[in-house]
Design a protein around this ligand. Structure first.
Ligand SMILES: [Zn+2]
Ligand SMILES: [Zn+2]
Length: 150
């Protein structure tokens, strides 16, 4: 499945306030968010009845709570909200390569998990990164984190 192509301007002051008040937020929110920043919906393609969702910030002190921007509609009809939500506990295990891929979406997100969604642009960037020997790849294949057990 392909990634949703919706893009929206960040509601800057609301986002700054959310970053400043969330647990584990950045020390100085204006440093991590630009006023003219645009956020991309990260979910797989979905219908109008489902909110778009973009990750804004990973909490630094709490393990699995991130700030996301949710929105529906476009232009003057856009409605949005900022929410600190739990992360999706789903993991994809590849027994052949012994790799574990975690879903990067929030808990109870609509549609398929992030590892089943293809971002055409993201793949281009990855391909380029792989041909560059200096790129530090973030490989966690040795750690066997199991989030679906209590
Ligand atoms: Zn979307
Ligand atoms: Zn998921």
């Amino acid at each position: 499945m392909l990634q949703c192509t919706a893009v929206t301007a960040v509601p800057y002051y609301e986002a700054l306030l959310a970053l400043a008040t969330m647990e584990g937020g950045p020390e100085y929110p204006p440093e991590v968010l630009a006023p003219d920043e645009f956020l991309l919906c990260e979910l797989g393609e979905h219908g109008d009845g489902v909110e778009h969702a973009a990750h804004v910030w990973t909490a630094q002190t709490v393990d699995d709570r991130d700030l996301w921007l949710f929105w529906a509609g476009t232009g003057a009809h856009r409605v949005h909200r900022l929410d600190v939500v739990r992360l999706c506990p789903a993991v994809l295990r590849d027994l052949a390569t012994r790799t574990v891929t975690v879903c990067t979406y929030f808990d109870h997100h609509p549609g398929p998990h992030s590892f089943s969604v293809t971002d055409p642009l993201g793949e281009l960037i990855t391909e380029r990164a792989e041909t560059d020997p200096d790129t530090d790849t973030d490989s966690d294949s040795d750690t066997d984190t199991d989030t679906d057990e209590p």
